[in-house]
Design a protein around this ligand. Structure first.
Ligand code: HEM
Length: 381
């Protein structure tokens, strides 16, 4: 491992490269001209942080049962909240048509309604802000010809994914406005996973924009008889983590964390009864509270195990130590927060922290994947 590669793995600053007319080694096709690199990277970072904020506010919105308070989706006119008593009454009347009001909150007054309105309103407002924060600088950088074609396409794709996320969000909310006062868990999971994916894509693009070298570990581990599988292992760990996040969102969507509030046993048993009560069998993995919680608990242990093995395998590469330490602490914290969330019967602060550490884990594990590229495929030469 060269000093250059070690530097680029552990810091986010680009290496001081000698740039001549020819593209210097290590330069990738997503890198903008040097004068724009930092500005574009900062833009992507701000957008990623806004997505993280959006995830946090979305989590609290769900946990406080505020997410079904606004029963319409008006992209432009919904930007302003109700500004008069009459407008509040009108908004409240709309809410009265929802199953949440009719089945759960039928004793609500306008003042009660306002309490659940604001979080959902802020959540949607941040969504609009993310759309603008992505689109306007994209236009500016494109007009200044600061984005090479590949980067322009990538940023346009990110913008489209944000639009798709708004649509999935509305489809999710709409599923809670029909007869039952709760959204479809699979739609909640899709909404969460898409948010995590946009966040991940923004970070990955930022690293490429900064020209942070993907280390030569890929080539290095291929000849290293002790850890030839590290790049595959890091990708496997990320795949398991993604599945675990999907399962976690199902637990959240089904409110499955409000039952079986003991650990490690469920109802006094390691393997609970009632895992296969739904037909067809696969429905149990998506909608059976017992199965969904059980699989989230079990996969948690597998995720920890795969990540620990990855860390052990990667430890021989000194330049990875700092990153591996952060990953180890994060996964142990995440596991502990999961158990604490369960034992506290979904305390809002703990559940929120559990969600945010999952997002952080995605960031650091993705960075490890970035740092351990697969060795070049000789067949492609
Ligand atoms: C080790 C890796 C783990 C990861 C990556 C993970 C990830 C997640 C995610 C992304 C959610 C959805 C959060 C949301 O949408 O608000 C979630 C929910 C949940 N997780 Fe985990 N989890 C892990 C371990 C655990 C463990 C070990 C437990 C308990 C034994 C646990 C219990 C829960 C509970 C109860 C919820 C539902 C919380 C709610 O209703 O808001 N998790 N998890």
């Amino acid at each position: 491992m060269t000093e250059r590669a070690a530097h680029s793995l552990l810091t986010s600053s680009p290496l001081p490269t000698a740039r001549g007319a020819a593209i210097p080694p290590g330069m990738n096709r997503l890198q903008p001209p040097i004068t724009f690199q930092r500005a574009v990277a900062r833009w992507l970072l701000v957008c990623a942080l806004m997505v993280a904020l959006m995830v946090a506010v979305g989590g609290v919105t769900r946990l406080t049962e505020s997410g079904l308070s606004i029963v319409k989706w008006n992209l432009i006119s919904g930007t302003l909240p109700p500004l008069s008593d009459e407008a509040w009454q009108h908004e409240f009347d709309d809410y009265k048509s929802s199953p949440q009001f009719q089945k759960v909150n039928s004793d609500f007054t306008v003042a009660d309604f306002q309490k659940i309105f604001w979080l959902e309103y802020i959540h949607r407002l941040i969504g609009r802000a993310i759309g603008l924060a992505t689109f306007l600088p994209l236009l500016y950088f494109a007009a200044r010809r600061a984005l090479p074609r590949a980067l322009l396409l990538r940023c346009a794709a990110i913008f489209l994914l944000i639009g798709a996320q708004g649509t999935v969000g509305w489809i999710m909310v709409a599923s809670g406005l029909v007869d039952q006062p709760r959204v479809a868990p699979v739609k909640l999971a899709a909404h969460l996973l898409l948010a995590f994916s946009v966040f991940a894509l923004m970070l990955w693009t930022r690293w490429q924009v900064l020209g942070i070298e993907r280390s030569n570990l890929g080539a290095c581990v291929a000849t290293d008889s002790h850890s030839p599988r590290l790049p595959l292992l890091t990708r496997t760990a990320l795949a398991f983590l993604t599945l675990q996040i999907f399962f976690g969102a199902l637990v959240a969507g089904l409110r499955a964390g409000k039952t079986y509030n003991t650990w490690p046993l469920m109802d006094g048993r390691l393997v609970p009864t009632g895992l296969h009560t739904l037909d067809p069998w696969w429905l149990n993995h998506l909608e059976n509270i017992t199965t969904v919680q059980f699989q989230h608990r079990m996969l948690a242990m597998l995720v920890v195990a795969v990540i620990v093995v990855t860390i052990v395998m990667g430890w021989r590469h000194k330049n990875l130590h700092q990153l591996l330490r952060v990953i180890l602490i994060s996964i142990l914290l995440q596991f502990t927060l999961g158990v604490a969330t369960l034992l506290s019967v979904v305390n809002i602060a703990l559940a929120s922290a559990h969600q945010l550490v999952a997002l952080f884990l995605v960031a650091v594990l993705l960075r490890l994947v970035y740092a351990t590229p697969l060795p070049p495929n000789p067949q492609r030469k």
